[in-house]
Ligand binder design. Structure first.
Ligand code: SF4
Length: 443
């Protein structure tokens, strides 16, 4: 029997890093690992690492679990393990309702899952290995996420993360540098710093914010080319990060800052600790300091009590600020959160309408911004190769969520392109979310 294990990861990049640590542990114990969210048969075990952040994520997790259970009934999978955020919240209910699952584990229980599989599946031909933390990357080998802390100390009214993941716990700078050095030796050139709130990094460990110190230490690693920052928080945003962006060439001129809303009463109810006015000032200040910075943000539409006027205010803000990238989500009440006690007053249909309206505005902005890039030359990191073209990103784009740069093979005859390499490319055309480019020959 094959000892292949498929790890299905749902949710965000923070969950993906957990899956990679789990994979590292299982691999060390002798199992063969795949990361394939679509493939459900032909495995000794399927592990579903769940997300429980919003209703849509919960539904996706349940649907995935049930579809694997169906495969188990047909004999195509021997064991099912479900772990992650959803289990931290609903373990008892799931254990009672979905009995086909062999075992449930919470977040970060890599050691326990490995031991469980070793013992209960009686992997007779494998020597028992002591658990040791290491990662098995699921991303292309030239970039990796670096989870710098776990949990969150904020109290945003709509968010269940602090209930699921607990309080903020930062990892030591030395430990993160060491992990990055190992990743760089394996071929990683870009590291993406993630946490629930990256700007809070270090407060629990060093008594002060230490993100800048961490980035400075990471930047010393030879052969690490790009450091990218995600999930920053607007209140008390450490401006020294922006100063560092001006001098430290490895730190991408890119900021991901979920703003959630612009109306001050909504922000107050959301417990975001910042007013609309100060939010606006912060975005403007960052853009004055680094005009070329790519600003990514996210908003929630249809939050409890959001009036038409308040939504219009948000629409105007989006129109005027012309963010480089924007994601928007419909509010969905989460048990145990403060907002759960408020009336979920905006109908589902109206939430959908607001989501479409705001998304449409951003699409036009994105198209306009991309059109303005035609004729310009950018450094591009090549992520993958498709049939007719290579796909890459500039420093202004995160993987998975942002623009991609497509370079048709028929137009790249003079350039030597390989996945994981940096090249210069000239933008020759632009769509809403993609740039078409011509690779420039090496000098
Ligand atoms: S900062 Fe707010 S939204 Fe983000 S994880 Fe923490 S509580 Fe949730």
């Amino acid at each position: 029997m094959s000892l292949k294990i498929n790890i299905i990861t749902l949710g965000c990049s923070k969950n993906l890093v957990d899956s990679e640590f789990l994979a590292g542990s299982l691999q060390k114990a002798g199992f063969k690992i795949e990361f394939d969210n679509e493939k459900k048969t032909g495995f000794y075990a399927v592990i579903i690492n769940t997300c429980g952040f919003i209703d849509a994520a919960k539904e996706e997790a349940i649907d995935t679990i049930l579809s694997i259970c169906e495969q188990k009934k047909q004999g195509n999978v021997q064991r099912i393990i479900v772990c992650g955020c959803l289990i931290n919240r609903y373990r008892n209910e799931l254990q009672k309702e979905i009995i086909e699952v062999d075992a449930y584990f919470g977040t970060a229980q890599w050691k326990e899952i490995t031991e469980y599989l070793q013992k209960t599946l009686a992997v007779a031909n494998l020597t028992y290995q002591i658990f040791e933390e290491r990662r098995f990357l699921s991303t292309p080998k030239h970039y990796a996420y670096l989870k710098i802390s776990e949990g969150c100390d904020r109290h945003c009214s709509f968010c269940a993360i602090p209930i699921i993941r607990g309080k903020n716990i930062s990892r030591k700078i030395e430990e993160l540098v060491q992990e990055t050095e190992v990743l760089v030796k394996q071929g990683v050139k870009e590291i993406i710093l993630i946490a629930q709130d990256t700007t809070y990094y270090g407060v629990d460990l060093y008594g002060k914010r230490a993100l800048t110190n961490l980035i400075k230490e990471l930047a010393k690693i030879k052969d690490l080319m790009w450091i990218r920052l995600q999930y920053t928080y607007p209140n008390q945003f450490p401006m020294e990060i922006i100063d560092l962006m001006k001098t430290e060439k490895k730190l991408c001129r890119y900021i991901d800052m979920p703003l959630q809303h612009i109306n001050s009463s909504i922000l107050r109810s959301m417990k975001r600790q910042i007013t609309g006015e100060n939010t606006l000032k912060l975005v403007e200040k960052i853009r004055i300091l680094i005009p070329e910075i790519a600003f990514r943000t996210t908003f929630i539409v249809g939050y409890c009590g959001e009036t038409k006027q308040q939504f219009d205010e948000l629409k105007t803000f989006v129109k005027e600020m012309k963010f480089d990238r924007m994601g928007a989500f419909k509010y969905s009440p989460q048990e145990g959160t403060e907002a759960y006690l408020l009336e979920d007053s905006v109908s589902e249909m109206e939430k959908e309408r607001r989501l479409n309206a705001i998304t449409k505005i951003q699409q036009a902005i994105s198209y306009e911004k991309n059109q303005a890039k035609i004729g310009k030359v950018f450094t591009v990191l090549i992520d993958r190769e498709e049939l007719d073209y290579f796909v890459g990103r500039t420093e202004f784009d995160s993987p998975e969520v942002d623009n991609e740069v497509l370079m048709y093979k028929s137009k790249t005859s003079n350039a030597c392109l390989t996945v994981g390499s940096f090249i210069l490319a000239k933008i020759i055309d632009a769509l809403e979310f993609d740039l078409i480019a011509e690779a420039l020959p090496e000098k």
